[in-house]
Ligand binder design. Structure first.
Ligand code: SF4
Length: 370
């Protein structure tokens, strides 16, 4: 698995807590540094999935993306790659840009950050695009040959009730041809430390949705997905059969991956590594052949807790064969109460969350920690 981080954005969305540089367009030096890191960390094992995330990867001009793609092809074995995703914001996806992306013959999955189809909600989030651009981006991408399109939406926006949320979902099924979209990620609006939203809430300018509204919206989402042939495979992720995100599913199985770029994380099966969140030091370091980063060796307990946390959010649940022998007994004991109460279904091989267990996955997982 390979993850490429592009930490540039047009400007900052109110809810954003990710590391990204807003309003900066000089990405040439960053792309050069990224290509250096790709070459420095090249690996002989065949890649199965590649993911370009951000930030906003589609802020890069096509020739810079092409340079990254060529470096990957040169330094890595891509003969077994199944899925290559690029995250995109609607305002960048002009027909010319989409044709350019397709022309590289590399990307086969497009993840579009729509967030909402309501212009007032988009303004509240400080997104660059409007609803019309979001619709056009999906239609144009589909017409351009992208057969695997994922859409991101955010629930629980200030002032948004279950009906307002339903209108967003209905844009996909009633205004657009739903067959164009194969995957949906729906996250609840959260207040990230240091975000503009955090300040707006502190100043009393906006208020988050209450728990009852959120529960209504989640029910609406589950019903909409059932009606439109989307299966739930993770708390926040839904897809048409056969269209799970292979890259993200591998994260949840604790598959090792290489993350390249400022602020990118990597995992080799035992150690987590994170590159420094600073593009200038990243560019300076790469030119000297030293990527500024830190790393941490996971203990067996950390590895167990991480696995339980992510696996219990998926419908596949916890695979008993992936639990370290020293924690099997602890897991069996602590999971029993949730099995008895119908939150977890136990099979000979797995502990799987039931639908009501999925709703409380994070809380249940915390009770299973060591
Ligand atoms: S939410 Fe996404 S597009 Fe918005 S500033 Fe953050 S990384 Fe950029």
């Amino acid at each position: 698995m390979l993850y490429i981080h592009i930490p540039y954005c047009h400007h900052k969305c109110t809810y954003c807590g990710f590391y990204s540089v807003a309003g900066h367009r000089d990405t040439e030096a960053y792309v050069d540094a990224l290509c250096r890191e790709l070459a420095m960390r090249k690996s002989g094992s065949p890649l199965k999935t590649i993911y370009f995330g951000g930030g906003t990867p589609t802020l890069l001009p096509l020739h810079q993306l092409q340079k990254i793609v060529e470096t990957i092809r040169r330094c890595y074995d891509v003969s077994e790659v199944e899925e290559v995703t690029i995250e995109a914001n609607p305002e960048n996806l002009t027909p010319d840009y989409l044709r350019g992306l397709q022309g590289m013959g590399f990307f086969n999955r497009l993840s579009i950050g729509v967030q909402s189809f309501n212009d007032d909600e988009l303004r509240l989030l400080n997104r660059v695009h409007n609803s019309r651009q979001a619709v056009d981006a999906i239609v144009d991408a589909s017409n351009c040959g992208f057969g695997n399109i994922s859409v991101d939406l955010i629930m629980g926006l200030p002032g948004q009730d279950a009906d307002g949320w339903k209108k967003n979902l209905d844009m996909l099924s009633k205004v657009l041809d739903i067959s164009m979209v194969k995957h949906l990620s729906c996250y609840e609006l959260t207040v990230e430390k240091g975000s503009i939203l955090e300040r707006q809430i502190e100043m009393g300018r906006v208020a988050l949705a209450d728990d009852e509204t959120l529960a209504d919206q989640y029910d609406t989402l589950l019903e909409w997905c059932r009606d439109n042939g989307f299966e739930q495979y993770e708390v926040s992720n839904f897809c048409k059969p056969g269209y799970r995100s292979r890259h993200n599913s591998r994260y949840w199985n604790r598959t090792p991956y290489i993350g390249v770029g400022a602020a990118a994380h990597s995992f080799d099966g035992q150690r987590r590594r994170w590159n420094m969140s600073d593009v200038n030091s990243y560019i300076a370091g790469a030119s000297k052949g030293e990527i500024p980063h830190e790393e941490e060796m996971l203990t067996a307990a950390d590895a167990y807790n991480e696995y339980v946390m992510t696996a219990l959010r998926t419908v596949d649940g916890i695979d008993k064969s992936l639990v370290a022998p020293e924690y099997v007994e602890h897991l069996s004991r602590s999971a029993q109460r949730f099995v008895d109460e119908g939150f977890i279904a136990e099979t000979t091989t797995h502990y799987r969350p039931t639908p009501k267990g999925l709703l409380q996955a994070d809380g249940i997982a915390a009770s299973l920690f060591v």
